[in-house]
Structures are given as C-alpha cells and as structure tokens.
Design a protein around this ligand. Structure first.
Ligand code: 4AD
Ligand code: MG
Length: 461
C-alpha cells in the first residue's frame, strides 16, 4: 500500500501508474454505472477521490457502503486538472476490508470539539484531530532530536514513587490494600507497611528528583514521560495524566537553564513549521488565524525576562482588569500570566525569582532569603508552559528548608546524598508536553490534544 501523502508529495512519479491505497470512506455517492468514494488513509488530509464502475463484480456491494468503511483500492492515478484535487484513482478493484454500520457517528457536517470528545476513539478520523495527533507525534520526535543532538542522555524515571517532588500533595496513591479492610496503626492511620511496597506510594508528579541524580553522573540528561496530578482544577489546561519533558543540567545556573529552554522551544517550533507545513496551515486557517505569524515571530525574537517582583508591580497597576487581585507573595493566576505575555510583552516571557513560600523545597535560595532561583516561561494563549529552577546544592540549606516545610528527611535521603558527594550547581525545568502541543496548534483545550484525556470526573476509554 502507498500513502496518500506520498502520492501528493511525489505525484509526477505516480501519475498514469497503478497504485494501491488502504483507507476509510469519508463520503460515497453513486449513479447507475459508476460512483465516487472519497478516502482518507490518515497520512494527509487532502481528500483522495476514487472512481469505480459497474464493470466490477462487487459494484453493488461497494455502492451499499456507508461512511467509515475500510477499503483497499487498486487503480490508476489520473490527473484531474479541472478539479479541486490534482488527481483521482480510476479503480480497477475495490476490496471491502470492513463495512461500516449506518449509525457511524462521523457524518459529513462539522462536529463540535465537545461532541467529538465523547467519541475519542473515532475522532482521530477527522481532519482536525489527524492534524493534532500527527503534530503531537512530530513534536515528541523534535524534542528527542533536540536533546539527543546535544548529547543529553534520556533517562527513564519511575512512575511509582515514595516521594512528592512538588510537595503539593496532589498525588494519586498506589496501593494494593483492600479498601474494606485497611490495616491500621494504633493511632488510627493506615498501616502501609502491610502494602505491596511496604510503604506509602504514589504515581509520580515529576521525574525531577530522580533525574537530578543522573545529571550528577552524566551532566546533561532529560526525562520524557507521563506524570500524574490529582489537582482538582477543572480548566482547559490541566489534565490528571500528562507528559512532561524534564532536562537537568549540571555545572549550570538559572541563566543557562533559560537559554536551554528558549533554544529548545525555538527548535521545536522551527522543526514543526518545516516538517508539517500542511498541518500548520490547516490550524492557521481553521483553528487560530494568527498562529503562523505568532510562531514565526517567536522564532525570530528573544524571549522577554522579568523578575516576579517587577511583574507584580506591573500587574498591581492593572489590578482593576483582573478577577483575582495580585500582591507580592501571591501566586500568579492564568489571567495574570496571560496579561503579561499577551498585553505587556506580546511574546514568551521568563518570570524569575518567585517568593520561596509559593515554590517547591528544592529551589535554590536567593541572597535576599525571600525569593528562590525559579523560572516560569509564559506564552501567549496559554500562560505557564514551563516551570523550572536552579536547585539548592548546599546540604545544610536544603535540610533546613525541608525541616521548614515539614518534609520527611528519610524519604529524601538519596536526594540529600547528592549534596554530600560532589555537589554541583545545577538547574532544570519541566515542559508540559500537552501545553506545548496546544501552543503549537492553537488548540484551546488540553482535552483536544491528548488522545484519551484524563481530567476531573473523566476517565473514559
Ligand atoms: O511547574 P511544574 O509543577 O514543575 C515541575 O514539576 C518541576 N519538577 C519541573 C522541573 O523543574 N524539572 O510543572 C512543569 C510543567 C508546567 O509548566 C506545565 O506546563 C505542566 O508541567 N503541567 C501540567 N500540564 C497539564 N496538566 C497539569 N495538571 C499540569 N501541571 C503541570
Ligand atoms: Mg509550575
């Protein structure tokens, strides 16, 4: 079988020749002696029309096909200069691989994204979702390519863990205990020593802590895998299961971290614009009219930089515009992040040096003792896409901070060891993969860039 994309890319080579394609019927109409089928094979969204004739043995069977049927077509590729599409297949044979029932949910009209979410198993057969998931696949490849070309080692960090990296208590517990019959400690708490791992465990919220240990051996590493958060936020940018890319670099500080993040984002954007021009044009026409202009601008300009304290000054002067008023010490909400990146800077912006109280325990304390060497990267249309920091590399300071935050030192012994045996300046960040795909496609809802989304109250399929 050849792909429709290949026919489009190298059309001269195939015109007048016999080709075979396999795909799903998008539409079908017949008259007495012949009929037309539009087929899509998932490689490209330009429709491919197939013309078939009553000289075929199974003409009646073909004519009865419904939208959604799977067929294999053999025939000659013929140029059609007057038609919208440059060619069609004059079929010699149409094999029906699998018929489709008449209640096939995807009909020719445009369906809403909300409706398509209810048929997540069939929505990849629509143009929009084919574009989204081809681009998602390409973005993943671009990210690996970026890091591998720079000698970063890809580390597989565990999904089941005994520590809470972000300290936000948003973990999904992993247990084999029988809920009806949970063993209890004398004080009434659950006795996890009788559980599978002999301790309390959860799905990871981040691979960072494990990643850091490998950065202290390989210098530059990255993780790329699923992470889980039981955040009770029902928004368009939060999922309970999402993928994260977490590079970690040794002998490096926050500046190096930002340079890495900026070159990575620019690389991914350029790569996708180059490798998926049809998909990107499709998004620009049907999903987000300003997309290409915006992305091209990003590739060709420097990201802005502002400290949290400066950002609060700017936001405070505009507080009448926000639902939530900000003041120093408060975390930025999406509306504030979007205001900064969309109204003030009109491009991606790094916000640095957040108050220690709203950030995780592992971030390096600044000299003011009030802020930490943290960085968030905010982008138009989304807000935070990256969160990172320079890490606390001083043993005593880290222990003191963990005490302050009531962390159980025993759970982090391995992590503290790194500060004992050849501690280096080091930094890293986490890129939310889905948010990155949203940013590149202009799609507005995280549920529409994950094949099978898991969000509050939703774990279908
Ligand atoms: O800012 P976060 O929480 O940072 C970390 O997890 C660090 N351990 C990263 C590091 O320094 N190695 O998460 C990083 C990114 C966010 O900027 C966001 O893009 C994404 O992960 N993210 C989510 N994406 C979808 N759904 C959620 N619930 C997300 N939570 C975070
Ligand atoms: Mg964050």
């Amino acid at each position: 079988l050849i792909t429709v994309k290949e026919l489009y890319k190298n059309k001269e080579q195939y015109l007048g020749k016999e080709v075979r394609i396999g795909g799903w019927v998008r539409s079908i109409r017949d008259s007495k002696a012949f009929g037309f089928i539009v087929v899509n094979d998932g490689s490209f969204f330009e429709p491919l029309q197939v013309v078939y004739h009553d000289t075929m043995d199974n003409f009646a069977e073909i004519s009865k096909l419904n939208v959604g049927a799977a067929i294999v077509v053999r025939g000659t590729l013929i140029a059609t200069p007057q038609a919208k599409q440059p060619f069609e297949i004059q079929a010699e044979e149409v094999e029906v691989e699998g018929a489709s029932a008449p209640d096939y949910p995807l009909q020719k009209k445009r369906h809403s994204f909300e409706y398509l979410r209810t048929i997540a198993h069939l929505r990849p057969r629509t143009n929009t979702f084919q574009a989204v998931f081809r681009v998602r696949s390409l973005v993943a490849y671009a990210i690996h390519k970026f890091f591998q070309e720079r000698g970063f080692v890809y580390v597989h960090t565990p999904l089941i863990t005994g520590s809470d990296c972000e300290g936000a208590g948003e973990m999904f517990r992993v247990t084999t205990l029988d809920l009806e019959n949970v063993p209890k400690n004398p004080d009434g708490t659950v006795d996890y020593t009788q559980d599978f791992f002999n301790k309390e465990t959860s799905l990871t919220v981040s691979g960072q802590l494990n990643g850091e240990t490998y950065a202290q051996a390989f210098r530059n590493i990255y993780t790329f895998g699923p992470t889980f958060r039981a955040e009770n936020s029902n928004t368009t940018r939060h999922a309970a299961e999402f993928w994260m890319i977490e590079p970690e670099i040794a002998f490096a500080d926050l500046d190096d971290d930002m340079m890495l993040a900026e070159s990575m984002l620019k690389y991914i954007i350029s790569y996708v614009l180059e490798q998926a021009p049809e998909e990107m044009n499709f998004f620009n026409s049907f999903v987000d009219k300003g997309l290409l202009e915006r992305l091209n601008h990003v590739v060709n300009s420097d990201f802005a930089r502002v400290t949290y304290t400066e950002a609060i000054d700017i936001l405070d002067k505009n507080n009448d515009k926000f639902e939530y008023k900000v003041s120093w010490g408060a975390d930025l909400q999406t509306e504030h992040e979007r205001y900064l990146t969309e109204e003030v800077y009109k491009r991606p912006v790094f916000v640095t040096d957040y108050p220690k109280d709203i950030k995780a325990f592992y971030m390096k304390m600044n000299e003011d003792n009030k802020t930490v060497a943290a960085v968030d990267c905010l982008v138009p249309g989304i807000g935070e896409i990256i969160g990172g920091s320079q890490r606390e590399d001083d043993y005593d300071k880290l222990v003191a901070r963990m005490k302050e935050m009531n962390l159980n030192e025993a759970d982090y012994e391995f992590y503290l060891d790194l500060r004992k045996y050849g501690s280096t300046r080091h930094a890293g960040f986490g890129l939310g993969f889905e948010r990155c795909v949203m940013y590149l496609t202009g799609m507005q809802n995280i549920r529409d860039v994950v094949p099978f989304p898991r969000t509050v109250n939703n774990c279908e399929l």
